[in-house]
Ligand binder design. Structure first.
Ligand code: NAG
Length: 404
């Protein structure tokens, strides 16, 4: 698929270059052939029926012959230039350079913004987004206390481009009275029933549907769940070199960034060891999407799978991201990056490792995501106390995991 798309892209870029060349040449032709008359043919001196003398006819004929010759010459030049462009394009795109100089495409082109998909949202984003980027958070009343802690953290850090998508009136009112930018979606019954009363899981699936328009409007979107506190502005810590940049559920470099997990089958004797490539999943509660086709395709695929077969949105998100094409299935061709686990910290890493390590304790993360724990609110507040209010023992009283 990607190969086909790359080809298509080369093809259309080539088309554009050729079209520009042809345009320039047609312009030249017109200037040479019709130096005076091209733009005001109304004042033509040789209008029809003006009764030219045989002398004049002869002159016109010879002019015509000269012009025809010039025309043929220019056509030849167009052909030659077109061929040169094609060759040059092949040279830069197809030929591989020497060892160590070759890289594949990582950054897909961004889509052309299409305001017509949602003019109201387009207007809103123009006001709130910074550098065409925006943080988006979906929330209903069930999570209001966490949203409050998050908004306080966002304001403390001075993040401007933060937007809530309220799923009920109470959260809308809350945003209004706290001067937080929000985008109330147009009524959509199927979606709204889930949004108003839905469990965390059901609401979680909604976000893939909601984000699509943001991308179509040409914005880079940082999706954030509500169980996250912001300690620095995340936009200073993104790489933006991939379609999808996501925080990890991993708790060390191996689990977050990938490792070789050896499967052992002693019955196979000398070839008992089987190598596997493993990675802890991307966390679908905090990820950045560039406005590209693969990003939009990812959203569509996840929405489609969830609506047809249900399931946990995070599992579905990862399956689409990582499963390669295989018989009966064409995989998604999106480029991916894992965020730095010391900067975009999950609560397992914080409570099992970081808080017990004197060196790691000194690092200041960009965000803390209380994804691994049920007692989210008090752990969010503890993270604020520790990292913002300087309470050195704020994290100490907690157990590693949530004890039921
Ligand atoms: C993990 O990776 C980071 C970034 O590459 C590096 O600075 C750090 O030392 C690594 N930690 C360990 C324990 O290897």
């Amino acid at each position: 698929m990607a190969g086909r798309r790359d080809r298509f892209q080369q093809f259309s870029e080539r088309g554009i270059v050729i079209a520009i060349l042809v345009g320039i040449i047609i312009g030249c032709v017109c200037t040479i052939l019709l130096p005076n008359d091209f733009f005001n043919s109304g004042s033509s001196k040789v209008g029809p029926g003006s009764g030219e003398s045989p002398e004049q006819v002869k002159m016109l004929k010879s002019e015509f012959a000269i012009i025809s010759e010039k025309n043929a010459e220019l056509s030849k030049q167009v052909r030659e230039l077109t061929e040169k462009v094609l060759l040059a394009e092949e040279g830069t795109v197809i030929k591989a350079g020497p060892f160590g100089t070759v890289t594949g495409l990582r950054t897909n082109p961004t889509v052309v913004p299409d305001e017509s998909v949602n003019p109201r949202l387009a207007k809103l984003l123009e006001k709130v987004a910074v550098n065409k980027e925006i943080i988006v958070v979906l929330a209903n009343s069930n999570v209001k206390p966490m949203l409050e802690v998050q908004i306080a953290s966002v304001k403390r850090v001075g993040i401007q481009n933060y937007m809530v998508v309220p799923l009920d009136d109470s959260i809308e009112g809350f945003c209004k009275s706290n001067e937080v930018a929000y985008y109330k979606r147009d009524p959509d019954k199927a979606v709204d029933d889930v949004g108003k009363s839905g469990s965390g899981l059901a609401v979680s699936g909604l976000k893939f549907r909601v984000l699509r328009e943001f991308l179509q409007l040409g914005y880079g979107v940082l999706l954030s769940d509500v169980d996250i506190v912001f300690l620095q502005n995340p936009f200073g810590h993104l790489y933006r070199d991939s379609d999808v940049e996501s925080m990890s559920d991993g708790h060390d470099n191996n689990t977050a960034y990938g490792f070789n997990d050896v499967f052992d089958d002693p019955t196979m004797g000398q070839s008992r060891y089987v190598y596997t490539a493993r990675i802890w999943v991307f966390n679908s509660g905090f990820f950045y999407l560039r406005p590209t086709l693969p990003s939009i395709e990812l959203l569509d695929r996840v929405t489609d799978t969830l609506s047809k077969s249900g399931g946990w949105d995070q599992a579905v998100f990862n399956e689409h991201l990582f499963y390669p094409s295989h018989p009966g299935y064409t995989g998604l061709h999106a480029s991916k990056r894992v965020m730095d686990i010391y900067e975009f910290m999950n609560s397992r890493f914080l409570f099992k490792t970081v808080r017990k390590n004197q060196e790691l304790k000194k690092l200041k993360p960009v965000i803390v995501h209380v994804n691994y724990h049920r007692d989210k609110l008090i752990r969010m507040q503890a993270a604020v106390d520790f990292y913002v209010n300087g309470k050195q023992d704020a994290l100490d009283s907690f157990s590693d995991g949530t004890i039921e």
